[in-house]
Design a protein around this ligand. Sequence first.
Ligand code: AMP
Length: 363
Amino acid sequence: MSTLIGVLGAGQLGRMLALAGLPMGLGFRFYDTSADATAGQLAPLVVGRFDDADALASFARGVDVVTYDWENVPVTSVRVVARHARALPSARALAAAQDRLTEKRLLARVGMRVAPHAAIDSAAQLLAAADQIGLPGILKTRRLGYDGKGQVVIRRTAELVPALASLGGRGLIYEGLVPFEREVSLVAARSRRGETRFYPLTENRHRAGILRESRAPLQSPPLQRAAERQVGRLLEELRYVGVLCVEFFVHDGRLVANEFAPRVHNSGHWTIEGAHTSQFENHLRAILGWPLGETRAVGHALMVNCIGSMPRPELTLTLPGLHHHDYHKAPREGRKVGHLNWVADSPVRRESIARKLADYVES
Ligand code: AMP
């Protein structure tokens, strides 16, 4: 009988986990609130709400390990599932990442620098925080924000109260805006046996809060060493199992941690063709207690997100080295529907491809 992996959430990350695991002989079962979630094309999909304990229990029965494609899976759902199957990463790791305030505190506790910040539940607190931390700043919902949703950049005092109202007035965090030189992320894997591997640092470019392009490896041995040291401490602190990604700003040449995702991450999609072992395969190896695969890059990788709609493959594939990844999701403004990967033999060649690909994707 093949090993069966259960995945809570059946979006593109779950889909790419299955695409990595099927060749290794793994079986998959997905759980999602939507019957047409994209990973359901590849393996059986159980449809149910995340508060439906009976549906969650029948999903988890007979599954070897349950993991997630969405970091906001309610911790209560994970606890239900964990009665029937091993659930990895742990509910504790998920919970820590689900609230931006506890997340920042954890990152600081393991020795990472973080932006100055304050919890906000009222206009008075926001005015005091803006006074103390300064402007410009960024006001974010503490929970359930993603892809730039649930956050507002504030540059002037007059914008504070309207921004607070637009985000619901409470359950928020105000952060000083970090004038970063660049944004980078580190994807790491830690297995059930404690084996740990790090991918090369990835440089990320966002627009309107959404990741647009990633390039790896970022060739900076000092930053790589610092990031590995810091993320290694986070993995140990959480006794983490699986793939995890920490996003950093680089400010004055030093790392400032922004957030972490307790799962495979968009900034690691380049690893599918750009590293010896993809982040998806290593996540599966990690949660199964299998040896981890080599994380080195095989060249100079570029990943370009397709936001809103996919370019036609007849067009992108005129570049013979291109890898066209279509998540099979309905087009919608601001939605990640696929990505394009390229592995170049030099950073210069990578930039010439990046300019070409920019014409294929909506900006
Ligand atoms: P987040 O949802 O925290 O990942 O934010 C999305 C993007 O907004 C980040 O990748 C940054 O480009 C920008 N951003 C978020 N927080 C800050 C901050 N404190 N300072 C500067 N830029 C930020």
